[in-house]
Write a protein that binds this ligand. Sequence first.
Ligand SMILES: [Zn+2]
Length: 88
Amino acid sequence: MVDVKKIKENVSKVTSKISSSKLPAHKHCRICGISISPNAEPRVCKDQECIDQHEKNLRNEKQMRIWMFIFFGIFAFIFLSSILRQLM
Ligand SMILES: [Zn+2]
């Protein structure tokens, strides 16, 4: 026989687990993953290693964006010049 009471208990356990994991607002350090204050900006803990790593990541992201921009520019140039050649 199915134990309805037990199922209900399990369901409430799971739902309370979900809500409790959702409710206390917190963030995780992007580098080491420990819980930090939700107001922390940037999203890293106070560990100097994490701050350094985060700054390094930011620099890499910036550089990556510049490269993407350059590649996009080259691509657009080739694309436009091929269109112009067809028109002429
Ligand atoms: Zn950290």
